[in-house]
Write a protein that binds this ligand. Structure first.
Ligand code: SF4
Length: 64
């Protein structure tokens, strides 16, 4: 099976929707909750979500 996402910028190898790495089914991805992911991909998504949460927390603290 192949899949082409309209949000994928092939020249930059990035997701235009999320302004970051294309990792299918990650939070905010059009495939989020719509596919079963491998344990390896689930771990990768978990690490991305943690990094995103840390960045968000830093921005919140910086704005106070
Ligand atoms: S992360 Fe999801 S929405 Fe973004 S380019 Fe990849 S498949 Fe598309």
């Amino acid at each position: 099976m192949t899949f082409h996402c309209k949000n994928y910028d092939i020249s930059a190898d990035r997701c235009k929707k999320l302004s970051g790495e294309c990792v299918p089914a990650r939070k905010g991805c059009v495939l989020e909750g719509r596919m079963v992911v491998s344990e390896e991909l689930a771990e990768r998504i978990r690490r991305i979500n943690e990094a995103t949460a840390r960045r968000s927390l830093k921005q919140d603290v910086g704005q106070q």
